[in-house]
Design a protein around this ligand. Structure first.
Ligand SMILES: [Zn+2]
Length: 456
């Protein structure tokens, strides 16, 4: 027995919204044997835009029973039935959430007529209920009311049963209950093709645009965890509905996956990677030339498109380092922003013997000292290669950092073992250096066993 369900609600997501109407048809596969229909008092106002869509007003539901009053009826009516709806996760999640708020559990086998339609009637222009009914000549009355939509879904299910030559319905009921957990628009074959290996995966929307990038030690397991979580928040329901395809890139190791993920997030700025969009606040020493031609060093926040000479966690650390360099290389504290430009080094008591302030040293001479200081910065910075697993036994992965700057990663055939840094460079795909990837590599080298990190 099937229970074909449609609900109307006060909004598009289960948390914070309630059900205003429910219609359930019990259908034995041939004919409708029973129907349950009621308006439900959502105990909150129905937003105007919802009313304009469904025609259900706050006044209409005032005298209707609350969900608590009909919960047992719904439980009884759908008992032992396969729960069917157009985009079943929406209706099911809403109901499950409503039951949960009453401390009642709600478990049913599920079928999704969106997913089934995509399989049994492939290549239709749209799988929205209205458009499907148009394409398949199903008469639909009372669009966007529970009884009208559920009635049309019954006719749709009937057509699906009749045309299901490859037994998709049977398969999705028995083969694997995971089917309905997948986003409605995502082809199962794409999910099945995901490897159980380290790498980066991408969720795409209907225009193939990347809307989320993630990294994983096991791509398939990680993707499953996206789909099996609670899908009752506004964001996660919208997210699930926007996923039309998945692609992936195998990386061999978690480190490479982390680096690629960081690069791809910066490249695509996917809508659902919000947590990682924050620009990490960090301080750096950077260099510029002033109008008099003097090379200036300065401590500042790292800017996205600015190349820094050296970076630090705090402004104080950066300033201390700069101060030490100023002393060591006899630079001008004023030109390095260590004190106000109106105050000379001898008055500021930070640097004595400053030749710029005391003797008016010219830019050409002074800049040579700055260049020496900057060169000393780069000697602070390591050149290293990290060797880790490749995508197969025939190769290993390498991540290269030169003078503290990330160069990129690549894969080297297993038979090539002892190599120079320059030789390793020929195997990598160059990637943009930035603070985030430096930090990923830095924290890896702190914890990695020595055999995988080679210093040059
Ligand atoms: Zn000075």
């Amino acid at each position: 027995m099937y229970a074909i369900v449609d609900i109307e609600t006060t909004g598009g997501y289960a948390s914070g919204n309630n059900i205003t109407e429910i219609a359930i048809f019990r259908f034995d596969g041939k004919k409708v044997v029973d129907c349950y229909h009621t308006l439900i008092n959502p105990e909150q106002r129905i937003p105007v835009f919802i009313t304009s869509l469904t025609g259900i007003t706050t006044e209409m539901v005032e005298a209707a029973p609350t969900f608590a009053e009909v919960a047992q009826d719904i439980l009884d009516f759908t008992e032992g039935c396969i729960f069917v709806a157009h985009n079943v996760n929406f209706d099911f999640t809403f109901l499950k959430q409503s039951f949960k708020s009453l401390d009642m559990s709600f478990e049913r086998k599920k079928l999704c007529t969106v997913r089934l339609s995509r399989k049994i009637f492939p290549q239709l222009p749209s799988y929205s209920l209205g458009n499907l009914c148009g394409s398949l000549n199903i008469e639909i009355t009372d669009r966007h009311r529970a009884k009208g939509d559920a009635g049309a879904t019954v006719k749709l299910l009937q057509l699906l049963l009749e045309h299901d030559k490859e037994q998709f319905i049977e398969k999705s009921l028995h083969k694997n209950s995971r089917e309905t957990l997948l986003p409605a628009h995502l082809p199962r074959e794409q999910f099945d093709a995901l490897p159980e290996e380290p790498g980066v995966y991408y969720f795409h929307d209907h225009k193939s645009k990347v809307i989320y990038v993630g990294k994983a030690i096991n791509i398939k397991k990680r993707v499953v965890s996206h789909f099996s979580g609670k899908q009752n928040s506004k964001q996660s329901q919208r997210f699930m509905n926007e996923i039309y395809s998945i692609s992936f890139e195998r990386c061999g190791s978690e480190l490479v996956a982390l680096l690629l993920e960081s690069h791809e997030i910066k490249k695509y700025w996917p809508a659902y990677n919000r947590s990682q969009k924050r620009v990490t606040k960090n301080y750096c020493i950077y260099q510029y030339t002033d109008q008099q031609g003097y090379a200036r060093l300065s401590v500042g926040l790292i800017q996205k498109f600015q190349q820094s000479l050296l970076s630090f966690r705090t402004a104080l650390e950066a300033r201390d380092f700069l101060l030490a360099s100023v002393h060591e290389h006899q630079l001008c504290g004023r030109l390095c922003g260590l004190h106000k430009t109106s105050v000379s080094c001898s008055d500021a008591l930070i640097v004595d013997r400053c030749k710029v302030c005391a003797q008016g040293e010219d830019a050409a001479r002074y800049n040579k000292k700055v260049a020496r200081a900057v060169h000393a910065f780069s000697e602070q910075q390591v050149t290293l290669a990290i060797k880790e697993k490749g995508r197969s036994n025939e190769e290993y992965s390498i991540v290269l950092m030169e003078s503290g700057k990330y160069l990129g990663y690549g894969f080297v055939p297993q038979e090539i073992q002892s190599t120079t840094f320059d030789e390793l460079k020929t195997y990598i795909h160059p990637y943009q250096d930035n603070q985030d990837v430096r930090r990923i590599i830095e924290s890896f080298t702190y914890t990695a066993d020595d055999s995988s990190v080679i210093y040059f």
